[in-house]
Each structure stands twice: as structure tokens, then as C-alpha cells.
Ligand binder design. Structure first.
Ligand code: CP
Ligand code: NVA
Length: 310
């Protein structure tokens, strides 16, 4: 059973190259109109207890393009929202679907869905991790830079779900990764340790610092995310104060390599975590990155549904 829940645990170092090639192949087939109905007659259930534009649309369109179908299961409409257990939901959905994608708050709920069910589970974001975003991000960087190994990615801002997954994914890809976040909002040590373990194999460097300029020095990629993630809305004013020195702007870009590119998982809040001149400027590849969610997710779907046997 192939799940895609945790980038560190579920993606092997060699498998990552395979997934990136598969995503590039999906993109080529989509762009040139070559039919690729690898998931004919397969059904994906998509449980959302948080909002989404990119993840929802890319998985839904991805399943359609692969010859299958996707069902949007909002928390407001299915019985999970009224207290039905993950245990019962996992058993019931396993009897009708071929796979589940879930976006929710508690990471353990996603793990439980996989534990109690008998079909592949894909993590479409939790409070702790955002693994599907990573494959699209690495594909985008590869397209713009040629190779991943040896590049440096700097993430500046909140040490959140996206930052945790970036630590896992960059180390696996052999990219140096540097996180610049305030001390009280740095990534949990667990993710730093996981990255260090993979980095020992791939040759990547892993650095965490409270200094955004140190993080971005000689970077090839600068990445940021919202200062207020879903579920933290009540703390917004306080968080603007905490992260104000961690804005990605032209001054920060000044210490990076001259040809450094800018990534953001989106949605973005201009004037807060990133200035308009950067996100809407020539170094920004955020819309390529967003489109690549589609191609990357199709690779994840095919790999999980066909158990790595395309
Ligand atoms: N980046 C991302 O996951 O976007 P959505 O919240 O719109 O799915
Ligand atoms: N860190 C953000 C990512 C959104 C795609 C959040 O969790 O809201």
C-alpha cells in the first residue's frame, strides 16, 4: 500500500527522482494532448476540513485527465463534520473508493485514516506538513535551474507546515536548505533531525537561523508562506508583529545569488510576507509552481493507485 502522508517516511531518495520524471511526463502528455488514462474507472474521495483552491482543483482535474473521477467531500456535508469517527469513515470509504486525499488540521487524523482503511491516503495538508506541495515545488525548481542537487533553498518566515515539509523534501533532493524564522516559531527539531539524516546520504546542508539575511545568503531559491496559516486567524495582528522582520523583499534578495528565483505555495498576502515587486517581478515563478501542482499530483495519484507499478 503506497500512502503519501509524510515526505520523509513515504518518499525514498531514488523514488523522488522517479516521481519528478513521472510528473514531467504527465506535464508533457497534458500539453501535447496525449491521452494518459492510467486511472480509468478509479475514484478518489477528497475530504476537506480546511479551504483550498489549488489542491482541490488540481486533484479533481488530475483525476479527470487520468480517466478517473474525484468526489469533493466537504466537512460541512459529510458525517465527519457531525462527529462520525475516522475509524468508521476509513472503513466505509475503503469499500467504495480507490483512494482518499484529505486536508485537515490534525496530522494524526490522516495517519488514522491510513491505519484503519485499506486504500491509499494522500495528505493534502495538515497543521504539521504539506507534502504534495513539495513535489510541485521541486519540479518547478528543476525546470528553472536544471538540477536540484547542490542548489540552496532559503525559507524565510513562519516555521510552519510548508517549512517542515521543505526541510524533508530539500534534504531528500540533495539541496541545501536554510530556514530563517524567529526562535519561538522555528521548525520542530523532529523535522530538522529527519532532514539531517537524509542530508548525510545526499550531501545536502541543513541550517536553521533566526537571521533572515544569513538564511538567504547565496541562495538560489527564496521561499516564503503566509504568516497566518489556516486555523490561526485569531492571532493575525500579533503574528504580523512577530514576523515583520522576515518579509521577503528586494533587500533580502540582495544577498542571494543574482539569478535566484522566488517561490510561494500561495495564497500570498502582498505587503506582509512578500512585497509586490518580488512576487510580481521577474524572479517570481509562483504561477508555474501553482500549475505544477496539477502535474505533480497526477504523478502522486498514479504512483499511489498503481502501487508504483506503471
Ligand atoms: N498551496 C496550496 O495548497 O493552495 P490551496 O490552499 O489553495 O490548496
Ligand atoms: N501554511 C499555509 C499553507 C496554505 C497552502 C496554511 O496552512 O494555511
Amino acid at each position: 500500500m503506497k500512502h503519501f502522508i509524510d515526505f520523509h517516511e513515504d518518499v525514498g531518495i531514488e523514488e523522488l527522482d522517479y516521481l519528478l520524471d513521472l510528473a514531467a511526463d504527465m506535464k508533457k502528455k497534458t500539453k501535447t494532448g496525449i491521452e494518459h488514462h492510467y486511472l480509468k474507472n478509479k475514484s478518489l474521495g477528497m475530504i476537506f476540513t480546511k479551504s483550498s483552491t489549488r489542491t482541490r482543483v488540481s486533484f479533481e482535474v488530475g483525476m479527470f485527465q487520468l480517466g478517473g473521477q474525484a468526489l469533493f467531500l466537504s466537512n460541512n456535508d459529510i458525517q465527519i463534520g457531525r462527529g462520525e469517527t475516522i475509524y468508521d469513515t476509513a472503513h466505509v470509504l475503503s469499500g467504495m473508493l480507490d483512494g482518499i486525499m484529505i486536508r485537515t488540521f490534525k496530522h494524526s487524523d490522516v495517519e488514522d485514516l491510513a491505519k484503519f482503511g485499506s486504500i491509499p491516503v494522500i495528505n493534502g495538508l495538515t497543521d504539521d506538513q504539506h507534502p504534495t506541495q513539495m513535489l510541485a515545488d521541486l519540479l518547478t525548481i528543476k525546470e528553472h535551474k536544471g538540477e536540484l542537487k547542490g542548489l540552496k533553498l532559503a525559507y524565510v518566515g513562519d516555521g510552519n507546515n510548508v517549512a517542515n515539509s521543505l526541510l524533508q523534501a530539500c534534504a531528500k533532493a540533495g539541496m541545501d536548505v536554510s530556514i530563517g524564522a524567529p526562535a519561538d516559531h522555528s521548525c520542530p527539531q523532529k523535522y530538522v533531525d529527519q532532514a539531517l539524516a537524509d542530508a548525510a546520504v545526499t550531501g545536502a546542508k541543513v541550517v536553521t537561523t533566526t537571521d533572515p539575511y544569513e538564511a538567504c545568503k547565496d541562495a538560489d531559491v527564496i521561499y516564503t508562506d503566509t504568516w497566518t496559516s489556516m486555523g490561526q486567524e485569531a492571532e493575525k495582528a500579533q503574528r504580523i508583529e512577530i514576523f515583520k522582520d522576515y518579509q521577503v523583499n528586494s533587500s533580502l534578495f540582495g544577498v542571494a545569488h543574482k539569478d535566484a528565483i522566488f517561490l510561494h505555495c500561495l495564497p500570498a498576502y502582498r505587503g506582509y510576507e512578500v512585497t509586490e515587486d518580488i512576487i510580481d517581478g521577474p524572479r517570481s515563478v509562483v504561477f508555474d509552481e501553482a500549475e505544477n501542482r496539477l502535474h505533480a499530483h497526477k504523478a502522486i495519484l498514479v504512483n499511489c493507485f498503481l502501487n508504483g507499478d506503471l
